[in-house]
Design a protein around this ligand. Structure first.
Ligand code: NAP
Length: 360
């Protein structure tokens, strides 16, 4: 099978490095180019990333020897080499918005981890197991951009990738309100303990912009496609507190939830156990076999035990029980740079290939 040529924009960053480990040996995608800022451009990847490489496995040799290009200055050159780019950059929002549109208009499929286009109504924000049908708006988006193949699809914020997958399959019971306190790893800020020593033995009760994203983005996931745009849902009403904790990888959430028609605990565990989305049905290369994993032990899900489950693509849930203010409460977790960032983006790209939006 002929592979699809792809590029990684922001290849030197925390998410970019994850993309490299996931794509170096991918059955459908072939990494042919890497890009980052002008600081890295012109250097080999080995030179550009240097001691910033924090993945457990070494840099694949063919990647290390690639020359890093300038994401903006070399956009035309990059676009001529690829059908798709994975984009994860730390730039001002307006610049990211313009950069992603530039690539789309150069007829490249842009799979983005950035927040810049998450509220653009004809840009789908897809968690492949939950709302695969939102890709429908790509047709209208291409019309707006005047493109044949180029478009933008985005991933949602990493904070919500544990509790939204757990709550979404319970929608039929009418979720009236939910409260989520998230405990988020330092890699979510692109950091390690070496680069952020203030986080050792510490908790910071603030992550700029995170609570707004964690409360608003789920409404797009629950939204409906109408006339070429996604119309956000008005429920469930979710409130959050997002807290940075001294953990390398993995975001945990403590969740409280109430329903119009309260399901039993056994009913919910059964729904989670049996839930399958398109990635499982179509057996996509990066899909976890079991998406939602319920642990019966009182001391699970633990970050170190659960974050790498099924290549970091599975969601772990535990401690589902009655609450005296809300109907029920539970704890859940997901790997923030795998399911929550690069892995989720690769799975979304695989879904879009399976749906015919990106041609092999
Ligand atoms: P990071 O480690 O700080 O990496 C930032 C990347 O952006 C680097 O490759 C950097 O290149 C590049 N960059 C900076 N300025 C640029 C410019 N002017 N032109 C082109 N490239 C530029 O950040 P990260 O944690 O990987 O996050 C990247 C994006 O993913 C952000 O939008 C973030 O919100 C999102 N995200 C992160 C996570 C996570 O868990 N970390 C999860 C979901 C979403 P140089 O090395 O050349 O400076």
């Amino acid at each position: 099978m002929e592979k699809i040529n792809v590029g990684i924009i922001g290849a030197t960053g925390m998410v970019g490095q994850r993309f490299i480990t996931l794509l170096a040996d991918h059955p459908w995608f072939n990494v042919v180019t890497l890009a980052a800022s002008s600081r890295s451009a012109g250097k080999t990847y080995y030179e550009a990333v240097g001691s910033r490489w924090v993945m457990d496995t070494p840099i694949p040799e063919f990647i290390g020897n690639m020359t890093v290009l300038d994401a903006t200055e070399d956009a035309e050159k990059i676009a001529s080499m690829v059908q798709m780019v994975f984009c994860a950059v730390d730039m001002p929002k307006a610049e990211i918005r313009a950069l992603e549109e530039k690539y789309a208009k150069l007829e490249v499929a842009v799979i983005s981890n950035n927040s810049a286009h998450r509220s653009t109504p004809d840009v789908p924000m897809i968690i492949p197991e939950l709302n695969p049908e939102h890709s429908e708006v790509i047709t209208a988006q291409k019309k707006r951009l005047g493109t044949k193949r180029g478009f933008i699809a985005v991933k949602s914020n990493c904070s919500l990738q544990s509790y939204v997958p757990a709550l979404f399959p319970l929608s039929k019971f009418g979720i009236t309100k939910a409260l989520a306190c998230t405990y988020q790893a330092i890699s979510g800020a692109g950091k390690t303990f070496d680069r952020w020593p203030e986080m050792v033995d510490n908790i910071i009760p603030y992550i700029g912009g995170e609570e707004e994203k964690s409360e608003n983005e789920p409404l797009k996931i629950w939204g409906k496609v109408e006339n070429g745009v996604i119309v956000n849902a008005t429920a469930p009403n979710i409130t959050t507190q997002c807290i940075r904790v001294p953990v390398t990888n993995g975001h945990t959430a403590a969740v409280f939830v109430s329903f119009e028609k309260k399901p039993s605990i056994d009913e919910i565990i059964e729904i989670w156990k049996n839930y399958k989305g398109d990635p499982q049905i179509f057996n996509l290369p990066s899909a976890p076999k079991q998406f939602l994993n319920y642990f019966t032990e009182d001391n699970q899900p633990q970050i170190r035990f659960c974050r790498d489950l099924e290549g970091g693509m599975a969601i772990s849930i535990g401690r589902l029980r009655e609450d005296k203010q809300y109907d029920l409460k539970f704890v859940c977790m997901s790997h923030n740079t795998l399911r929550g960032a690069a892995g989720g983006a690769v799975l979304m790209a695989e879904l879009l290939v399976a749906q015919g939006f990106i041609e092999k």
